[in-house]
Write a new protein. Structure first.
Length: 261
């Protein structure tokens, strides 16, 4: 059983528990449920930097990254730096996040927010909407083509953008469908945790131009982004590189200035 299988098995139990505690009707009564979501895909198309910055306390591969920062300070710092959008980890057991982090981020952020989560059930998309997300992540490695179709269509009906993440050619080919906005290539091999930007480069030609191409994981330099832009990428998800510093917003500001100079 690899780490992803383990996370999904735990996630199924967690979602069943949440469903029993908070009915859908309660989620739909959230004041944020009627909010119109800005599009991250559009923001990336129009951006010079394409940076999606992440709030991430820890991960299974790196354990603790940064437990000490207040999510709202991180969001304000990222927004001031000029990022296009922000990804908020909401998985508790493996990443130390929560839906409260999303809610706190939404209270201070005007930029699009992505709920970074292992989504396996429509209920989690309703949760995302009720807690202020504008975008959801779907991971091809844990979903069938039918599940991707159903979940992405539910998200679109709620006015949310959909970022679909793939790790290889097989996942990409089963996933391409009109209900997606962005296709993300994760450069991390989930079996070995090794990271290689070659994954993004090799898959770039197989992603139709209708989708915004996003490269995820292992992006730590301005040079890497400039290189990936030549392969048609418009979005770059950066988490650990910013979060491991004492002031992620400040670091992101310097990074983006260098990128745009």
């Amino acid at each position: 059983m690899n780490i992803l299988d383990k996370i999904v098995a735990d996630k199924r139990k967690e979602v069943d528990l949440r469903k029993s505690l908070i009915p859908v009707s309660q989620l739909e009564q959230s004041v944020l449920f009627e909010r119109k979501s800005p599009s991250l895909a559009n923001a990336l198309r129009q951006s010079a930097s394409g940076i999606i910055a992440e709030h991430k306390r820890r991960s299974p591969s790196k354990s603790v990254i940064n437990q000490g920062l207040n999510v709202q300070d991180v969001v304000k710092g990222y927004e001031a730096a000029g990022v296009c959008g922000m990804s908020v980890l909401t998985d508790g057991k493996y990443f130390g996040g929560s839906l409260d982090d999303l809610l706190l981020a939404r209270a201070v952020a005007a930029i699009p927010l992505l709920r970074k989560e292992f989504i396996i059930d429509e209920y989690q998309i309703l949760e995302a909407k009720a807690h202020g997300a504008d975008v959801i992540l779907l991971i091809a490695a844990i979903l069938t083509r039918d599940e991707i179709k159903t979940l992405s269509e539910v998200a679109k009906d709620l006015g949310l953008d959909v970022l679909l993440e793939v790790h290889n050619e097989e996942e990409l080919h089963k996933s391409i469908m009109p209900s997606l906005d962005m296709l993300g290539v994760n450069n991390r091999n989930l079996k070995t945790f090794e990271v290689s930007l070659e994954t993004s480069k090799s898959l770039s030609t197989q992603i139709p131009d209708d989708f915004v191409k996003v490269s995820e994981s292992g992006i730590s330099s301005v040079e890497a982004i400039k290189e990936l832009k030549q392969y048609g990428y418009q979005g770059f998800l950066i988490g650990e590189n910013f979060m491991k510093t004492d002031n992620p917003g400040e670091y992101a500001t310097t990074f983006i200035k260098k990128l745009e100079s």
